[in-house]
Design a protein. Structure first.
Lengths: 146, 146
DNA sequence: TTTCTCGTAACAGTTCACGTTACGAATAGG
DNA sequence: CCTATTCGTAACGTGAACTGTTACGAGAAA
């Protein structure tokens, strides 16, 4: 259904930056990890930069750094910045206004959908990029042991 | 982004059937309310039928009816039947396995995503088709008063 | 001045849901 | 038995949206 991978890409990028604190990471290197084109990365990072999550610098030795601690970036905050449309979608075409259900269902459903999405966002607000980084490091350790 | 309107269509259809208890409703009439093609309706209804939510009958005077009370159909149950892919998506292409983040992020993110979706589903499980029907009728009354 | 990297526009390619046509199967009525 | 109606489903076209790619200007460091 939904084919919005922007949140996944954003988290991936910020984890990389969090693990490279002190140095700048280029969009090309990030693209190598995500396995896509650097322009795709720069597009996503542009939105994160405008929202104040990352900082960029041009020229030789340039690249991207976190603009605030990974501990203070919740997955929900990323979602709020990245998301462009509701998770639970309705049809583009309006239903029949001459029908009881058709004339009323849109605003009614919107209410139910917003509550459901709020629950999801609340859960996303309980985790930060730092949590994800921690899990990644742990998973890598476990993998090596085997 | 997500462009799956199946849940919205399903709820719309079941509200119509709930309001037409005792009679059969044709896919053409439903399509008139949803404002789409009858085949689209039959496609969605086919899945709901296989899941035991509705019953269909061919021939003259045929059509669709609810197979169980609207009170006993939660929005979550519909979501479980209708949904084909996770709400929070990841990229099709796998990330770089030679990178710490790239090699671990998929299973780690899956965990976070599943918890977030579970919260959304839980909220959807608190409402039924009967609730939606009630809200629709109320909204219509209010609209007339003005 | 050169080199590197971001910033962004523009366009092609792909995927997926939706719309439409078509036709067989099942059912009711005469 | 025959006809009309409606479901059930396959097949294909259409359109929108995300992704991938090229291109090029702007800014910064050596």
């Amino acid at each position: 259904m939904n084919q919005d991978t922007q949140l996944a890409i954003s988290i991936h990028i910020l984890c990389l930056l969090a693990l490279s604190e002190g140095e700048r990471t280029t969009s090309e290197r990030i693209a190598g990890s995500v396995n896509t084109n650097p322009v795709v990365i720069r597009r996503t990072l542009g939105r994160l930069r405008r929202a104040g999550f990352v900082h960029s610098q041009n020229g030789i030795g340039g690249g991207w750094t976190l603009a605030r601690p990974a501990k203070e970036i919740t997955l929900r905050a990323l979602m709020d910045v990245i998301r462009t449309s509701p998770l639970l979608a309705m049809r583009r075409e309006a239903p029949n206004p001459d029908c009881l259900v058709g004339s009323q269902i849109r605003p009614v459903l919107t209410g139910y959908y917003e509550k459901a999405e709020a629950a999801l966002l609340e859960r996303l607000g309980e985790s930060t990029v730092a949590d994800v980084v921690r899990d990644i490091v742990r998973a890598a350790r476990k993998g090596r042991r085997v």
